[in-house]
Design a protein. Structure first.
Length: 411
């Protein structure tokens, strides 16, 4: 394995190795909490994608077709003659459990043995934690570094713990890791029911998967009453997945249209399936829509501070990061009354609730949010205060750095 990285920038300081999706903005946001922390940080990227080219975190890349790389921050591990066939095989099995392609597992094992990280942090149970656990089993790596598992808000535990084929793997992950992080109380309870019994459980408590919101910066980027903004609706997750369904939202827009027009609707993170349904909307509605695939997080936040409404119904969720960002940006959230959300915000005080599979509920919430100026303006004031208490990145950052420092000393 070629290693183009030079010596660590902070010799003698703790070494943190992350394992996760390099294309995920959640990954970037969490790891960037450690900028200027004097910790040695690296990411082992799973084969599903690539980090931004300008991302400065040292990253081991297992994705093919990477193009030109900065050798100071990106190391491609696939030899050119192995790229196509083995990459496809690895990606197929990465999301179905088990190790099939010897490349990425072997490379991760080599990196861990050579670099000797103090902390290994897997971002999400599927696929990152399961993949790492299989690597440890195969190469005998348990005990090298403290293992931190970060649970993603919705399906990681809330859904997968109910699937018989996954239960044993979940039990093994939560019983063998050294620490666990989650963005809602319910996931901590699920983890304990599956066997997480560490004596110093959950030192960071409930913490957003992105590491929180830059509340001050977002709050300073808007002024005036949100009801005076242009009539912009931001739907940041216009895709189909186990956590949320897009088709009921399209139907809700159709149902509410006569009452919410004129307006602009920005649909983000669309996929081919949602694009097909988009074209079933009447032309009058489509003329007012802007449909895009994934865009950089900064562009999403720029839209958020312009929006009157953030539309985010879901079937399974933790504490939605889009909701927290909307609260700091002054956009009024429409979300679903899931237990993990109801424990954080109140209907009509902070948000309007609408179940994801009920188009009329979503349509009614949209109509209310687009017409009730007092609701939107008063909620914005309450939401800014609340998000500053529960998700302020400036307050979370030092706690996270101290968390890694302490874990490294316990090694």
């Amino acid at each position: 394995m070629k290693n183009s990285f030079k010596k660590d920038p902070y010799p003698g300081r703790p070494k943190i190795l992350f394992v996760g999706l390099a294309e995920s903005s959640h990954t970037h946001s969490w790891i960037e909490l450690l900028n200027q922390s004097a910790l040695n940080v690296r990411l082992f990227a799973l084969p599903s994608g690539l980090p931004p080219k300008d991302w400065k975190v040292r990253t081991y890349i297992t994705h093919y077709g990477v193009g030109e790389l900065d050798p100071e921050t990106h190391a491609s591990l696939y030899p050119p003659n192995r790229i196509g066939k083995l990459y496809k095989k690895c990606l197929t099995h990465l999301f179905s459990g088990g190790i099939k392609d010897p490349g990425p597992p072997k490379w991760l094992a080599q990196i861990i043995r050579r670099w000797q990280p103090d902390v290994i942090h897997t971002l999400g149970i599927e696929p990152a934690s399961s993949f790492y656990m299989d690597v440890c089993d195969t190469f005998g790596l348990f005990g090298i570094g403290k293992w931190v598992v970060q649970v993603r808000g919705g399906p990681d535990l809330a859904l997968l713990r109910l699937v018989p084929n996954f239960v044993d793997r979940l039990r093994k992950v939560v019983s063998q890791c050294d620490q666990l992080l989650a963005d809602n109380k319910q996931n901590y309870e699920y983890a304990q029911s599956l066997g997480f019994i560490r004596t110093h459980s959950f030192p960071l408590g409930v913490v957003p998967g992105t590491g929180g919101v830059d509340v001050s910066r977002l709050a300073q980027s808007w002024s005036g009453l949100p009801s005076k903004r242009k009539r912009l609706i931001l739907w940041p997750k216009a895709y189909e997945c186990p956590q949320s369904k897009a088709l009921p939202v399209f139907e809700a827009i159709r149902l509410a249209w006569e009452k919410i027009r004129p307006c602009e609707i920005h649909m983000l993170a669309t996929i081919p399936e949602t694009e097909m349904w988009y074209w079933t909307l009447p032309e009058e509605i489509r003329r007012c829509c802007h449909m895009r695939e994934r865009i950089p997080r900064e562009q999403v936040l720029n839209l958020m501070v312009q929006a009157r409404v953030m539309l985010g119904p879901s079937l399974s969720d933790g504490t939605p990061n889009a909701m927290l960002e909307a609260m700091a940006a002054g956009a009024f959230p429409i979300v679903s009354p899931l237990e993990t959300i109801r424990s954080v915000v109140d209907d009509e005080r902070h948000v309007l609730f609408a179940r994801n599979l009920y188009p009329q509920e979503i349509a009614d919430a949209l109509t209310r949010a687009m017409s009730d100026d007092d609701l939107v303006d008063q909620a914005a004031e309450r939401n800014l205060e609340l998000v500053g208490k529960i998700a302020d990145r400036a307050k979370i950052r030092p706690r996270v750095v101290e968390f890694y420092e302490r874990l490294a000393k316990e090694r």
